[in-house]
Design a protein around this ligand. Sequence first.
Ligand code: MN
Length: 211
Amino acid sequence: MAYSLSDLPYAYDTLEPVIDTQTMQIHHGKHHNAYVTNLNQAVGGLTVPDCVNTLISDLSAIPETKRTAVRNNGGGHANHSLFWPCMAGGASGGGGEPSGELADAIKSVFGSFGAFKEAFATAGATRFGSGWAWLGVGGDGKLCVCSTPNQDNPLMGTAFVDCACKPILGLDVWEHAYYLKYQNRRPDYIAAWWAVVNWSQVAQNYAAAKV
Ligand code: MN
């Protein structure tokens, strides 16, 4: 199998009460697992890179008959693989505010941490249907906020998505990410989610993306 599902970096109940245990079990064990299974099926017989981010960064290299399946399921695998470590709870804690270079960059681009949160929350809340909100590093090295539909990822590039950047933080706004606890109230889920953001992981992602 070319790609595999990693364990979560914490227990299924760690993000309680912001994200409930059952949602995490289904989201990781069923939804993310299905993206990996379907991706492996789609790339069967092809020579593909080990890194799923590399795979989805060059979708035009995939034969047309398999490209949509690789886009959807490769995106699904990549997006969730970024998402899980960007959250934390329990003793290690999540939430608060970033520090250091990431904090400085957010302030320089958005004016303040609060203004960034507002832009990001709006990107997630206004994404029609299923998709993701992103904080990424653009080609100019500057932070940007954007959103994509379905399981698209900004790494796919402008031939496939409106915003091309290297994502360092993503928020899943598919109903499967929040419906059991928040039902139709996506803005409530987004507002609560800030309390589990793992800013030290996002800072590591920023350091890796901006070079
Ligand atoms: Mn999801």
